[in-house]
Ligand binder design. Sequence first.
Ligand SMILES: [Fe+2]
Ligand SMILES: [Fe+2]
Length: 197
Amino acid sequence: MELRSVEELMDLLHACRGAWDTPDLPRSRLHPSGGRPVGDPVDLHDHALQTAALLRRGRPSDKELQVAGLVHDIGHLLRPGDDAGHADHAADAIRPLLGERVSRLVRLHVAAKRYLATASPRGLPPRSTSTPAAQGGAMTPREATAFEHDPLAEDAVTLRQADDAGKVVGLYAGDMEDWRTVLELVAERSARLGAVD
Ligand SMILES: [Fe+2]
Ligand SMILES: [Fe+2]
């Protein structure tokens, strides 16, 4: 599925309210066997807003990075249950609308997690360590080196850090509608550049 308008994307972002990254285990938050947390503790709507707000604070001039943070997990809605493919589904869907760089940042958010798991295996908060296995586990040294050579690697890691921090239960991070004009701006710039055919 490809998103062709900001309107369509906004509808999808609003639909993130009450949607979770682990649709099969929506609110039980605890693993039945050991009490281990599964999935994120906030819904995809709050997670999107918190991630984007953190990036706006840290990188105020980089609107593309901010909207990448906003939309990075919409793959969970586009193809529910396909955790391994969620970054690719989101990246493919937004590419025609938001352009190549935003699409690549979204695509890299899983790789960046694997990279961070490699670089500092104990540095990730407990909830994040459960996902990399399903999404490929830590990187091999060769994969990590290749990742570091990607020109977007640093931005992807910045997004990932906001992603991992943007999971605070009950934290208000703004209104989804506040992002409509920012999305329109990025979409207009992308259309003007004509970078995507
Ligand atoms: Fe994700
Ligand atoms: Fe996320």
